[in-house]
Write a protein that binds this ligand. Structure first.
Ligand SMILES: Cc1ncc(COP(=O)(O)O)c(C=O)c1O
Length: 330
């Protein structure tokens, strides 16, 4: 089939299986980095823009404004191009530099929040405040507000349909990251509706406050909720069986390990989900087909997670984690 727009390239992403020996389990990765904006978030970005155009909150030629760590922004930049809209991305210095460059290259206008923030501190509160303020000031502008926007979880309907078709023998568990909660909610609710016995595990960075733990800064990008933020309306705790935490070192060392051993470049938050999925499998808490998402690619983190000096300076290198992964996969 010949596609005529980039938006038609969203979806129909492949799956890849990693067998876990002696555990009666396999981990299946849904390779969402293959979407044109490089992440699963192309799906929800398109969904939010289409919904706003359909119900009249956004008119042709209007402006969309969103706070983003980069992936939602790349998806919104593509949607803005498709529908002839202006897009303003509100960002902070926590985002990977290449993600911001990518939004810019795709035509987004970039606005940084002001103020001094630690390098490992995400300025979500300030980002959201500035995005809402810009949208209120500009005629014809709409703040997409992914954390409260029902079209965010709705955007993952197609992903679940694809998974069910790709895995006809069934899905036993889903392990996913949680930031806005849109993907977790959209995927977990649908999987449980299809089969109520599917186990759902939500992974947040250590330092994130989604599951009531004390907050502290972390380097994982795009995922979790830093101190001072409230869970968005889209996050349905009811569809999550267990919420767990992963450290930056575990997440990033796993991403580096998967690159070295499997030849697949995955981003830092995906590394965290893979680490937890394998830990649950190794401990016998999950069996059968355990699905996780390659949310984005390691290509977006070559100057951070995949840079030895960057990792060393932040004390994030830990060879014991690779040894642990070897033990689980050997
Ligand atoms: C790299 C990465 N990981 C995890 C997430 C969290 O996804 P969600 O907002 O659907 O919870 C995001 C969201 O932007 C992301 O970009």
């Amino acid at each position: 089939m010949l596609h005529t727009t980039v938006m038609h390239l969203i979806g129909q992403t492949p799956v890849m299986s990693i067998d876990v020996p002696n555990r009666n389990a396999r981990m299946v990765l849904k390779i969402e980095k293959n979407n044109p904006g490089g992440s699963m978030k192309d799906r929800m970005a398109r969904s939010m823009v289409v919904a706003a155009l359909q119900d009249g909150r956004l008119a042709p030629g209007g402006t969309i404004v969103e706070s983003s760590s980069g992936n939602t922004g790349a998806g919104l930049a593509l949607a803005a191009l498709e529908f002839g809209l202006r897009f303003i991305a509100v960002v902070d210095h926590h985002a990977a530099p290449d993600k911001i460059r990518m939004m810019h290259v795709l035509g987004a206008e970039i606005r940084y929040v002001e103020g001094d923030h630690r390098e490992d501190e995400v300025a979500v509160v300030e980002r959201v405040r500035l995005a809402a303020q810009l949208a209120a000031q500009l005629p014809g502008a709409l703040f997409m507000n992914q954390a409260d926007n029902p079209a965010n979880p709705e955007g993952y309907a197609g992903l679940v349909d694809e998974l069910l078709a790709q895995l006809p023998d069934g899905i036993d568990a889903f392990v996913g990251c949680v930031g806005s909660g849109g993907s977790m909610t959209g995927i977990a609710q649908r999987l449980k509706r299809h089969s109520p016995v599917v186990r759902t595990i939500a992974v947040e960075p250590a330092g994130s406050t989604i599951f009531g733990n004390p907050g502290h800064p972390y380097y994982q990008s795009g995922t979790g909720m830093p101190t001072g933020t409230q869970a968005g309306k889209v996050l349905d705790y009811g569809c999550i069986d267990e919420g767990v935490q992963v450290t930056d070192a575990q997440a990033f060392e796993t991403a580096r390990y998967i690159a070295r051993r499997k030849g697949l470049l995955v981003g830092g938050s995906t590394g965290g989900a893979i680490y937890k999925a394998l830990e649950f499998i190794a401990s016998g808490k999950l069996t059968g087909t355990v699905v996780t998402i390659v949310i984005d690619g390691g290509e977006k983190y070559l100057r951070t997670v995949f840079d030895d000096d960057w990792m060393a300076k932040r004390f994030l290198l830990d060879p014991a984690i690779a040894a642990q992964l070897d033990g689980w996969l050997a």
